[in-house]
Design a protein around this ligand. Structure first.
Ligand code: PA5
Length: 469
């Protein structure tokens, strides 16, 4: 049976729909094809040369074998799974969980043994304290997965140090070891050192794969498999998309088309890119995408080390919620955005809307209709409203949301990012600008060797009475 494919509908970006001033003309599309074609071959070559190892993750059987083996040893005794990580070490886990598990814990979870998942990607003491209160009585039934490629990320390190102390004090060192899985670099880094010394179970963040490209490695697969998400379907979907996005035929390559459209609008006065799922399940995929684009495409220097200061600004929105919050701006504010809707044909369930109360016959138009029909018609209504205001928009259509389709989506957007990086002539795989903030935190928290830096920061961030109201 053919498995459902995600499809991009890009009609609403064309000049035929939104006019020559705002839309892409057939001629411009042909020029984009010419520009991107050699880049497809270049990216395929880089991939063959092993320069983009994230592309090989869906084919790596060793990773899923190791993940499944660790899951097997832990799953039966796990009611709570806590992920400690941030950025690329958290957003993929959150996105997979929201996409592929029900909104609220299913009462059947108790029977299947699926753990409740918490992804802790912040150091807010009120939030973290509340989690600790929640799980403290169940430590022997809680697995902590600390994820950090470097191990020197302050947020994750601090969370881990709190949990480590708590587990050792409450259960002893041997039992602490049983409750923790460390996902980190295979050979080096602070977390690797701790894991080796404390004899923790470990999973690997693959070599040369940046956090935001690592969701299809043990980073994302472990929590997914622990929660019964079908990781083999997830990887199969990614492999399927990987073939399509390798095609040198521009018109058949969805990542090339997606990149071409995004690049066109970025360079034609629409530097903001809004992703708006009409699906609660996909809402955190928009968050994952936001990091992927921001860290990959926001760059000061191009490949020739020339200052370029480029990068589309990714924004996440949620249909229909943000129709009542953002759409006024989207239609009547500056025409500086490209919109990507995510649409789902089949939600896997439906709910019939009840009859209108006698006193409110004006609500009769909703009575007896399906909730999915309201949801998707609202998407259509927003699409129409944007087209009326000559706002370019495209739609990624999911026939249904399952692991296979989500795997396709992840691969589609990762490779789209590579293409836009190539079009902008920048390196999409590094994130040098994030470092300064990390280093400044070290200094402010009193790390040895950072004393002068700490003083410099203090002098620049001092509160001045002159500017307080
Ligand atoms: O995408 C990235 O590379 C970053 O967002 C990192 O994932 C994030 O900074 C966390 O780093 P680490 O995994 O080293 O703790």
């Amino acid at each position: 049976m053919a498995r459902s494919q995600i499809i991009i509908d890009y009609k609403n970006v064309t000049s035929a729909v939104i006019g020559v001033k705002d839309g892409i003309t057939p001629n411009q599309l042909k020029l984009l094809e010419k520009k991107i074609k050699p880049l497809i071959s270049k990216i395929n070559k880089q991939r063959k040369a092993g320069e983009t190892p994230f592309r090989d993750l869906p084919y790596n059987k060793r990773i899923s074998r190791r993940v499944n083996a660790v899951v097997k040893t832990l799953r039966k005794e796990c009611d709570y799974l806590v992920i400690l990580g941030i950025g690329g070490s958290a957003l993929g886990n959150i996105a997979l969980n929201t996409a592929l598990r029900p909104f609220l814990p299913d009462p059947r979870d108790k029977k299947s043994g699926r753990p409740e998942l918490f992804v802790m990607d912040n150091v807010d003491p009120a939030q973290f304290g509340s989690l600790l209160d929640h799980i403290k009585p169940h430590l022997k039934r809680t697995v902590f997965n600390v994820i950090s490629k470097s191990g020197r990320t302050s947020e994750t390190a601090a969370q881990f140090m709190i949990v480590r102390e708590m587990l050792i004090n409450a259960l002893g060192k041997a039992a602490y070891r049983k409750q923790v899985v460390a996902t980190t670099d295979a050979k080096s880094g602070t977390l690797r050192t701790i894991a080796d010394k404390d004899k923790l179970k470990t999973l690997e963040v693959p070599d040369s794969v940046g956090g935001r490209f690592s969701v299809l490695s043990a980073v994302g697969l472990f929590s997914a498999a622990m929660c019964d998400i079908n990781i083999s379907q997830l990887l199969a979907g990614a492999r399927d998309m990987d073939k399509k996005v390798s095609s040198t035929n521009f018109w058949k390559n969805p990542a090339a088309i997606n990149a071409a459209i995004n690049y066109h609008f970025y360079t034609h006065g629409k530097p903001i890119s809004v992703m708006m799922p009409y699906s609660y399940a996909l809402k955190d995929m928009a968050d994952w995408y936001r990091q992927l684009w921001a860290e990959s495409l926001g760059k000061r220097f191009n490949l020739n080390k020339r200052e370029v200061w480029v990068g589309p600004t990714p924004v996440k929105a949620l249909g229909t919620t943000d129709q009542h919050s953002q759409v006024q701006l989207y239609r009547e504010g500056p025409n500086d955005k490209l919109f990507t809707f995510l649409k789902v044909n089949n939600f896997g369930r439906d709910i019939k809307i009840g009859p209108a109360p006698d006193c409110a016959p004006e609500l009769g138009f909703l009575a007896g209709k399906k909730m999915s029909s309201l949801f998707n018609n609202e998407k259509k209504a927003t699409e129409y409203a944007l087209v009326e205001s000559k706002r370019p928009n495209l739609t990624v259509i999911f026939d249904k949301i399952n692991a296979y389709a989500v795997g396709q989506f992840i691969c589609l957007y990762e490779v789209t990012t590579s293409f836009i990086g190539a079009l902008l002539d920048i390196n999409p795989y590094d994130q040098p600008a994030v470092e300064l903030g990390k280093e400044a935190t070290f200094a402010l928290m009193g790390k040895e060797g950072y004393e002068d830096f700490a003083q410099k920061i203090q002098s620049k961030t001092e509160i001045s009475e002159d500017f307080l109201v």
